[in-house]
Ligand binder design. Structure first.
Ligand code: ZN
Length: 275
């Protein structure tokens, strides 16, 4: 039998049932929706290796290949929202840490934009970390727990689409706080759990990866509550305002229609906070 969370893994309050297909529960206090099963390390490693490194056809693989081609060409596209957050927050000579640095696209972008930026990445997947290092980036191949051993602090920590994967949210949030400089900034993005409401008959469906890939399902409300609970200050959260542009997706037009009638839930949440 798999071990289960009996209470909210963040605030320790009572949980209620939320989604039977994916075994999700919702905290009655902070409203976090999360997977009730506790997975072990070996299960995670197996899942990620399969996801990132097997076969050329997976969505992750196709996306990754496009990104690497861009990185070789030097024409880096990190998307409007990330670009805006970075322009507003990061200054040259800042010390920047990226948790879940992937291929190193954002790191390379920062090196291109700023002359003297200090950038360090943490990437759990060995093959991906090695590839990012080949672009001359300082990448540690480990999971977020490696921050326990950090003696130097950072001005900015970025975490793009990572927090939804992390089982031990408490430890992760504590480490992020410890590693940030006083007045340092954390910026991150996560999928919006509410985006499922953009679709009809969404019952038990998630419209994002299920466990054990994604383990936490955030809304604007739960994200705000959790970061306040952890003592983060100036917590600002916004939704990606438009659907992801894809003319080949038959849903794209109905999503646009929803957008125009004010019933659209942005697919991604962007958070910025300081300590
Ligand atoms: Zn809670």
């Amino acid at each position: 039998m798999m071990e289960k969370f009996e209470r909210c893994k963040v605030c320790n309050c009572h949980i209620e049932f939320q989604n039977s297909k994916f075994n999700l529960v919702k905290c009655k206090s902070c409203n976090l929706v999360f997977c009730n099963s506790i997975f072990n390390e070996e299960e995670f490693i197996r899942v990620y290796d399969k996801l990132y490194n097997s076969g050329p056809k997976s969505q992750y693989q196709v996306h990754s290949t496009t990104e690497i081609n861009e990185m070789h060409s030097g024409k880096l596209n990190i998307g409007y929202n990330r670009k805006t957050l970075i322009s507003k927050t990061i200054n040259d000579r800042d010390r920047v840490l990226e948790v879940g640095s992937g291929n190193g696209l954002v790191g390379l972008y920062l090196k291109q934009k700023f002359e003297d930026i200090f950038y360090k990445g943490i990437e759990i997947d060995q093959k991906i970390a090695t590839r990012a290092q080949s672009f001359g980036l300082d990448i540690i191949n480990d999971d977020f727990r490696v921050m326990k051993g950090f003696t130097d602090k950072f001005d900015v920590i970025m975490m793009w689409e990572v927090l939804e994967h992390i089982q031990d949210l408490n430890l992760c949030l504590e480490l992020l706080k410890n590693v940030l400089n006083k007045n340092g900034t954390l910026m991150l993005s996560v999928p919006n759990y509410e985006k499922r409401l953009n679709y009809k008959n969404s019952d038990n469906k998630l419209f994002q990866s299920g466990p054990p890939i994604h383990l936490n399902y955030f809304t604007m409300d739960s994200l705000r509550k959790i970061f306040k609970l952890y003592g983060f200050k100036n917590v600002k959260i916004r939704e990606k305002s438009m659907p992801y542009f894809n003319l080949k997706d038959p849903n794209f037009y109905s999503l646009l229609q929803r957008k125009m009638t004010g019933k659209f839930h942005g697919p991604t949440l962007y958070l910025i906070a300081s300590v």
